[in-house]
Design a protein around this ligand. Structure first.
Ligand code: FUB
Ligand code: ZN
Length: 619
């Protein structure tokens, strides 16, 4: 058995060119929006159907009926009544709306659109004359607003902006954008170079302001985002008298351009890095880019689980010490895995380096996807890599950031498939879909056979990401074996660049109807952790393609406690259409026993059962 080390060390080769009309944008490519991509494969399409049929209704029911979230807006509109729930519950409503907006794009539904309009009317009614909008302070005492920086006022505002931008892009309706602009004007009248200092305890507003800038072209929003980022690390933060946390928990320990090490709260960190990347993309801020590079190494190479999950500890919902990755107590909040997708997507756009999509894909198919049940109506907040059988998805949470996160994230996955630059179409994820530029047919992630048919494209290059797991296979096979093969309907030449296979027709540009058949080898591998991770010493995790596997006791009644993989273990893939929505299992045979592994994301979808990702291994 080959020994694969995880995480892998790769070298970043940055290429920065301008790809947008606005020449100050330093991105290598622009993503093709989910709204231009129809996902129609057998893996994601059923999930998106469940999102529409189960996840959205659950969120609406929770927001309108089971909890007081919508009532808070109704009360705030009347300026009377009680606030119920947590001080940042408004954010869940905005995140659910964002998910509903994305869903409308691919599944037009007048009833759902009416529901969105009804909600937006309620938000607008709750907005105060001066533009402020936050049901907690409106109902509990406006004299307390803008005092405690950890009270998420700007965090909620940021989620409202993201929802407004999504809904505007999908429907062209800008009522919520207007509400947001009034609120941002209010914020800018209170805070800024001429006003008060402010360090949002939970980031989110920064990336949202950049989105608002993108649709309004009002540079003051970009400037405000940049100003907020620069507020960090100078001692301006004040998080209430009772905050148990040091400044670095809030990413407020050093100026952001001086960041070296990851620490503190995981989701907040991810949103900060997204905001930095967004601002840097428009301002060509090299110091931010360098800081992001440094901190990326620290997150990915020393603090990330094999599932792409991050944030080891429940106590700070965040990071602890390098290479300390306990499995049973792993926090790995679902929102943090989604945050990894959002951040790595931006890093890839900056650099054109595939290693960021490798991480994005790992977090997507494992850490984030585990956050929702196959039925679409139950959610994990915490995603351990080992369980005694008593950790289960729930219908909702008091703090419901993860369900609402999943609600907005799933219908947006079309965003991550393609990019466009002056010369190239970039293929980052292998998800069966139809778009104007290309159609992909594939059974990925179960199979590496991918057929790409070129659509309306007049580009010299198609850049196909070669996943890191596939590269590893090839390298470990002694270089005698290719990790992939590619064939084209017309003569082409190819070369490698920053983890992409760059394919060009020998003459001219790619044209409608050209076909590329790409085959990635996808053997089962038993992956070892970095030797410095003591918790995984003498263990292996089973991985096949982008999917990390786990063992549930329910499939391994006798063997679960005695499992032992060896170099001679033979692995076989098997697909059962009736098991867990048709997942591919991995069957491992050793002289001492046979073991069944299922994808990690699919665990806890049957009766309660102990589960483990890392299993003992003997050389
Ligand atoms: O504070 C808002 C959200 O709730 C955070 O992102 C999560 O970690 C949870 O604490
Ligand atoms: Zn969460």
């Amino acid at each position: 058995m080959k020994k694969l080390l995880f995480p892998t060390l790769l070298v970043l080769a940055a290429v920065v060119v301008s790809c947008k009309d606005d020449s100050h944008v330093t991105k290598v490519y622009s993503p093709v929006s989910f709204s231009e991509v129809t996902i129609n494969d057998s893996f994601w399409a059923p999930r998106l159907r469940k999102h529409k049929e189960a996840t959205i209704p659950v969120c609406i029911d929770q927001i309108e009926n089971q909890t007081g979230r919508m009532r808070n807006f109704e009360n705030a509109a009347l300026r009377e009544g009680k606030h119920s729930g947590i001080f940042f519950d408004d954010s869940d409503v905005y995140k659910a709306l964002e998910g509903m907006a994305y869903s409308l794009q691919n599944n037009p539904d007048p009833v759902l659109e009416e529901k969105c309009d009804e909600w937006i009317d309620k938000f607008a009614a709750a907005q105060l004359e001066d533009g402020y909008l936050n049901t907690f302070y409106t109902l509990t005492g406006l004299h307390e607003r803008w005092k405690n920086m950890d009270r998420h006022e700007m965090y909620c505002a940021g989620h409202m902006i993201e929802a407004a931008v999504a809904y505007y892009k999908v429907t062209g309706k800008r009522k919520l954008v207007d509400v947001c602009e009034r609120f941002v004007q209010h914020m800018m009248s209170v805070f800024g170079p001429e006003g008060r200092h402010w360090v949002p305890g939970h980031e989110e507003i920064e990336l949202a302001l950049v989105k608002l800038y993108e649709i309004t072209d009002k540079k003051e929003y970009l400037d405000f985002a940049a100003w907020l980022l620069e507020e960090r690390g100078h001692g301006y933060g004040s998080y209430g008298n009772n905050s148990p946390w040091p400044a670095h928990y809030y990413q407020d320990g050093v100026p952001v351009s001086e960041l070296e090490k990851i620490s503190g709260h995981a989701v907040r960190s991810m949103y900060l890095f997204c905001g930095m990347a967004d601002v840097a993309a428009y301002t060509d801020n090299k110091a931010y880019r360098d800081a992001l590079d440094r901190v990326w190494d620290d997150v990915v190479l020393r603090n990330m689980y094999v599932t792409g999950g991050i944030g080891q500890s429940a106590s700070n919902e965040g990071f602890t010490t390098d290479y300390s990755l306990p499995n049973k107590s792993a926090y790995c909040e679902t929102c943090a895995s989604v945050g990894m997708v959002l951040w790595n997507w931006r890093m890839n756009q900056f650099t054109g380096d595939s290693r960021y999509v490798d991480v994005l894909e790992r977090s997507l198919y494992n850490g984030a996807l585990a956050g929702i049940s196959l039925s679409g109506d139950r959610f994990f907040y915490v995603n351990p890599l080992e369980s005694d059988g008593n950790h289960h998805r729930q219908a909702w949470y008091g703090c419901a950031c993860c369900p609402s996160q999943i609600c907005r994230f799933l219908p947006s996955i079309g965003n991550y498939i393609y990019g466009l630059s002056a010369d190239a179409l970039w293929v980052n994820l292998f998800i069966g879909n139809q778009s104007k530029y290309m159609t992909i047919k594939t059974e990925y992630p179960w199979d590496g056979h991918i057929v790409m048919t070129v659509g309306e494209l007049d580009k010299k290059e198609i850049r196909i990401r070669i996943p890191d797991w596939s590269e590893m296979n090839a390298r470990l096979a002694g270089g005698s074996k290719f990790a992939y093969t590619i064939e084209s309907s017309r003569p082409m030449k190819s070369s490698m660049k920053d983890g992409y296979l760059v394919v060009r027709p020998v003459k001219g540009t790619w044209k409608k109807g050209d076909i590329l058949t790409f085959d990635l080898e996808m053997p089962v591998e038993a992956v070892a952790a970095d030797p410095r991770v003591k918790e995984d010493e003498g263990m292996r995790a089973v991985q096949c393609g982008p999917i990390v596997y786990c063992m549930e006791q329910i499939d391994n009644v006798e063997q679960y406690d005695h499992v032992l993989l060896t170099p001679d273990t033979e692995y076989r893939k098997a697909r059962d259409p009736y098991l867990l929505g048709g997942v591919q299992m991995v069957l491992a045979s050793t002289p001492k026993g046979n073991y069944t592994f299922i994808p990690y994301y699919a665990w806890d979808n049957r009766q309660p059962s102990p589960m483990r990702v890392w299993v003992p291994y003997q050389e």
